[in-house]
Design a protein around this ligand. Structure first.
Ligand SMILES: Nc1ncnc2c1ncn2[C@@H]1O[C@H](COP(=O)(O)OP(=O)(O)OP(=O)(O)O)[C@@H](O)[C@H]1O
Ligand SMILES: [Mg+2]
Length: 789
């Protein structure tokens, strides 16, 4: 132990107790407190207090080592000599010390290790020499430190003022270092740097590094804060909006509404693409003020998505026998169509799926096209929806408008799917020949996609924006004529022709379907109203003129009405309708069909015409008038018919001598061809042979046989070409009391369509040339008739 004499000159002492510091370094001139708990350290403190309160403080390399040993170098060699300013024993046995650093020391050797370390040391002399370089370093250090303070905000600004006043470079470095938040090794490095310049340089580099870190920290902090602020702001605004909406009383409805939409969506099992789209829209909706126009649009859109049958199917009845039964129940006749539909069902029964042709029923009005399609749906047990294309002339009507348009809606096809509410209905596209196109685009081109089995599994509607699968739909289309149907559409469909009904068929339809339906609708039974066949025929022929049965149905409804009134007024049952009562009920007959002439006539031939409402008899009159060989045509004839007459005329002139016609008749006569019922327009080439016959008759004075009717196109060489609508024409001839029908040989195939009971009673002559026609149609020259000369 040293004596007290040595105490005075503390710096002169060679040995002092050592206190190993953990995790901190005390710099000269620095006053700082720390706590001491280890016995060894307390013992060192006690020794120091006994003498001159001086102690060596040096840091352990590793703070967590409890008992550091000098030998493996657990304690740094460079430390600080410090004076203990204050000691305070705490109740838990630890001691709180306040020390002030004096100077740097270098520990030379450990003189004693128990009960505490005591070391021999050298004081490291401070050099306070200043030159330009140190001055520059000092300034730059100060500047950096200033930055550091600004950034870190942990150091009180007074430190800066006190540091500013320092003259000594070494001291400045020490004080600044002790204020920094450096790592222990870094601080130690500065402690070990003897020369102030070295010290300042090190300090500067540490400062730069620290500033960088702080800068980065600040940036991160700013970013985080910004984000925080944003979300906070949004949260705040949303809360505010909620509050406002709550005040307005619709917030709860809105969240409930959005929730409900989400739930509905989840239950629907939609295709993935659709569900995603719908979810997105619902999210958009949730963010919109409920009453805004846009919210209404979005809401509408979501409703459409939710209501469409994306995956709902009904089960098909593919049983052919039952289907046949149902089809027969609903309609009489129409064998060809029914057969085709049943074949189709049979194939489906085998392949277990309904996919295939798109049927197109073409026929005159009222023959049951629309109602047949309905019946097909009933037969296979599917939903039925009808969409009339008559007058549609805008592509958007089929495909919809984009949502950007005000009041946009999906197209008709999607609307129909909504109406059908299943993915596999029967859709009847009625009257596709009545569609038209204009500047807004061609609806037919949109239909192409709908009716193409290869494409319609992904039908694109402008409004929906997602594709809809139409491949499970059974499409049936109808039209009155081929002419109006766009070619590419016609190409995709399987056409089934429905021709008009014969009188016999109409009679059957009336008895089996129309009458039962009408009597029921008028509250009667079939027993209460008796209409004999004869009277029914009269209704058919005298009060209607049509291929179908629509106006027949109307007339029968008229009869039922009158009968009902009679029953109510006279309570007489049953009512028997006779020819006379029919007159009373329906008035006088509206139509009479042309009938055969009473006798053979010269220059008058009977032709057969096809009209929209079936066939009819057509007489053609030819007469000679004084003139110069001109051909006069009257009777509202169309271009084709006029040309046909010209051809007939030329052909006859070319063969005049053979036919026994005076060749220079053209010098003296004009030929006038007239087709009566002159107000009704007529056209087509099929009257060619009739005109020719009438002309020859007029020129040769041979009468035309009254019971012969003919149809056929004529060529300049006298050949007879085929015509259309033979069935209707033959029916008209039969009705008109004709015995023999002359028709082109090439029309032989059409004879199959004509009911056998009619072909049996009529003589149908198939011809190839005009000579054949005349042989059949012209009677021998009547006696007393004057020939031309
Ligand atoms: N073969 C038939 N058997 C029973 N009823 C029939 C038959 N043909 C037509 N009808 C009846 O005639 C009426 C008219 O038929 P529908 O409306 O289907 O004609 P359409 O061919 O669609 O005519 P349009 O071309 O004018 O649309 C319906 O009440 C239908 O039931
Ligand atoms: Mg119809």
């Amino acid at each position: 132990m040293s004596n007290s004499g040595e105490l005075k000159t503390d710096v002169m002492r060679e040995t002092l107790p050592l206190l190993p510091l953990r995790g901190l370094i005390i710099f000269p001139y620095m006053v700082s407190p720390f706590e001491v708990a280890r016995d060894k350290s307390i013992s060192a403190l006690e020794e120091a207090m006994l003498y001159d309160r001086l102690i060596i403080l040096s840091s352990q390399r590793q703070a967590k080592v409890y008992e550091p040993y000098p030998e493996p170098g657990d304690i740094y060699e460079v430390g600080t000599m410090a004076e203990i300013k204050q000691l305070l024993k705490l109740p838990d046995g630890t001691i709180r010390v306040l020390v002030e650093g004096r100077c740097r020391v270098n520990i030379n050797c450990y003189q004693q290790t128990e009960p505490h370390y005591r070391v021999k040391f050298d004081v490291i002399a401070e050099c306070s020499e200043k030159n330009v370089e140190t001055e520059a370093l000092m300034r730059s250090t100060l500047y950096q430190f200033e930055q550091y303070i600004k950034l870190s905000k942990k150091i009180p600004p007074e430190v800066m003022t006190s540091v500013n006043n320092l003259e000594d470079p070494g001291r400045m470095a020490d004080i600044i270092t002790s204020n920094l938040n450096l790592k222990l090794e870094e601080k130690q490095e500065i402690l070990e740097a003897v020369h102030p310049r070295e010290r300042l340089e090190k300090l500067c580099s540490f400062l730069v590094k620290e500033i960088d870190i702080l800068e980065m920290e600040r940036k991160i902090h700013l970013r985080v804060r910004k984000q925080m602020e944003k979300t906070q702001k949004e949260y705040y605004l949303r809360e505010q909006m909620k509050a406002i909406q709550k005040e307005l009383g619709d917030q709860d409805d809105r969240t409930a509404e959005v929730e409900e939409l989400r739930n509905k969506l989840a239950q629907l099992n939609l295709p993935e693409e659709v569900e995603e789209k719908a979810l997105k829209e619902i999210d958009r909706l949730a963010k919109m003020p409920p009453m805004s126009a846009e919210a209404v649009v979005v809401r509408n859109y979501i409703d459409w998505i939710l209501v469409l049958p994306w995956s709902k199917l009904t089960e098909d009845r593919l049983d052919v026998t039952t289907a046949e039964q149902i089809l027969n129940e609903d309609h009489y006749g129409l064998e060809k169509v029914k057969e085709r539909i049943l074949e189709y069902l049979a194939v489906c029964q085998l392949t277990k799926q309904l996919k295939g042709p798109i049927l197109c029923l073409i026929g005159p009005p009222g023959v049951g096209k629309t109602s047949l399609a309905k019946s097909v749906a009933r037969a296979i047990n599917r939903k039925f929806v009808r969409f009339s294309l008559g007058g549609v002339r805008d592509e958007a009507e089929i495909r919809g408008h984009r949502r950007t348009y005000v009041g946009a809606m999906p197209g008709k096809i999607i609307q129909i799917m909504k109406q059908a509410a299943t993915k596999n209905p029967v859709i009847l596209l009625d009257e596709i020949d009545k569609m038209s196109a204009d500047f807004r685009g061609d609806p037919a081109s949109a239909l192409l996609e709908v009716l193409d089995p290869e494409q319609n599994c992904a039908f694109g509607d402008h409004y929906l924006e997602v594709t809809f699968d139409l491949s499970k739909v059974l499409f049936i289309t109808t039209a009155n004529t081929y002419q109006g149907i766009p070619r590419p559409l016609l190409d995709r469909m399987e056409v089934i022709n429905i021709s008009g009904y014969t009188e016999e068929e109409k009679l059957e339809i009336a008895k089996r379907h129309l009458l039962p339906k009408q009597t029921k609708d008028h509250g009667m039974t079939m027993d209460e109203l008796i209409i004999p066949d004869l009277v029914l025929r009269q209704v058919i022929n005298g009060y209607t003129r049509e291929s179908g049965v629509r106006s027949l149905e109307r007339q029968l409804a008229g009869v039922c009405r009158k009968a009902a009134r009679e029953i109510v007024q006279t309570s007489k049952k049953p009512i028997r309708v006779t020819k006379t009562t029919l007159h009373k009920f329906l008035g006088t007959e509206k139509y009479h069909y042309n009938v055969a002439e009473e006798q053979d006539q010269i220059g008058l031939a009977t032709g057969l015409a096809w009209t929209e409402v079936g066939g009819d008899i057509l007489t053609i009159e030819v007469t000679l008038v004084k003139g110069k060989g001109q051909l006069i045509l009257t009777g509202k004839l169309g271009e084709v018919m006029r040309e046909s007459a010209q051809a007939a005329y030329s052909y006859i002139r070319s063969r005049a001598s053979e036919l026994g016609i005076n060749e220079d008749f053209t010098e003296h006569y004009d030929l006038h061809v007239h087709v009566p019922e002159g107000a009704i327009p007529k056209d087509g080439p099929s009257a060619g042979i009739t005109i020719a016959t009438a002309i020859v008759s007029a020129l040769t004075n041979r009468p035309v046989r009254k019971d012969v009717a003919m149809t056929g196109e004529i060529t300049l060489r006298g050949r007879v070409l085929p015509i259309g609508g033979l069935k209707e024409k033959v029916l008209a001839a039969y009705r008109g009391g004709i015995k023999k029908v002359i028709a082109p040989r090439e029309n032989q195939k059409d004879l199959e369509e004509i009911p056998a009971n009619i072909t049996r009673k009529l003589d149908i002559e198939l011809v190839e040339s005009m000579d054949d026609v005349w042989r059949q149609a012209l009677a021998p020259i009547s006696e007393g008739a004057s020939t031309l000369n």
